[in-house]
Design a protein around this ligand. Structure first.
Ligand SMILES: [Zn+2]
Length: 265
């Protein structure tokens, strides 16, 4: 499921390939992922325009076209961007293709179709309307403490809540908590100054490092939880079997030995 690092990589791919070219056509192969727009409107409003810049906030990617129009992309569970030349290179899951004047295509692929594509005028207004929290990589320690410190609940649930902090999903929340040796069910109100600082630093470190590793699990350091996460996996730190628990309706993986509840404060 694309989280902040994956979406940042899609952004960089888009920036490197798809800006400043005339959009000759928009090929909508499936309208299910279109939100508050239609195939006809999407094509009519983008045809002849150019993408000028992109902006990521949490797991959302916004792409500005000339004429004060923003395309909104959310990747759901299986969404991704692909850039290629020939139409036959499109996968069977390509839902919308932007066809450029140079005959290359930018495809929004999405096997399970939980992704979303929409149009909007004002990104800040959208973020406000959907009460999205600050971006997990753009937030500083002071704001991090401010927005997380007044919350109640399991630290993992708070990290996953996009209205509190945007961009962290199940995989990287587990990785961040593993790094600071904090049990995912730790009550966030029990965290002291020191624990908040550690959590903040770990979140930035993990997200940045994951981007640098192109968000590919096999490129992540062996000392991370990610390559070992899952049934039968062992803690790369102490060698014991990893445990799992349902927290905030998601499965958390952690090391019961290294991440004891009382280690938080
Ligand atoms: Zn361990």
């Amino acid at each position: 499921m694309p989280e902040l690092p994956e979406v940042e990589i899609f952004k960089r791919c888009l920036d490197a390939t798809s800006l400043h070219q005339r959009i000759d056509d928009v090929d909508v192969r499936n309208t299910y992922i279109l939100k508050k727009t239609s195939a006809r409107e999407l094509t009519r409003r983008l045809k002849g325009r150019r993408f000028e810049l992109s902006r990521r906030h949490g797991k959302h990617l916004f792409v500005r076209a000339d004429g004060e129009l923003w395309l909104r992309l959310h990747f759901g569970m299986t969404g991704s961007l692909q850039y290629f030349k020939k139409d036959e290179q499109a996968s069977r899951y390509a839902r919308v293709l932007f066809v450029f004047a140079n005959n290359h295509r930018l495809a929004f692929d999405d096997q399970r179709q939980f992704g979303q594509i929409g149009l909007l005028k004002d990104v800040d207004e959208f973020l406000k309307k959907h009460s999205l929290g600050p971006d997990a990589l753009k937030i500083d320690l002071r704001e991090f403490r401010k927005v997380l410190g007044k919350r109640r609940g399991a630290v993992k649930s708070v990290l996953l809540n996009q209205r509190i902090i945007a961009g962290i999903g199940n995989i990287y929340a587990d990785e961040i908590l593993f790094r600071v040796r904090m049990h995912p069910a730790t009550e966030i109100f029990r965290l002291g100054d020191n624990a908040f600082t550690k959590l903040f630093r770990a979140s930035h470190y993990v997200l940045r490092k994951a981007i640098a590793a192109k968000a590919a699990a096999n490129q992540m350091p062996g000392s991370w939880l990610l390559p070992h996460r899952g049934r039968g996996g062992k803690c790369p730190r102490c060698g014991r079997k990893l445990g799992s628990a349902r927290i905030g309706s998601r499965t958390a993986w952690f090391c019961p030995q290294c991440q004891k509840r009382q280690s938080a404060s």
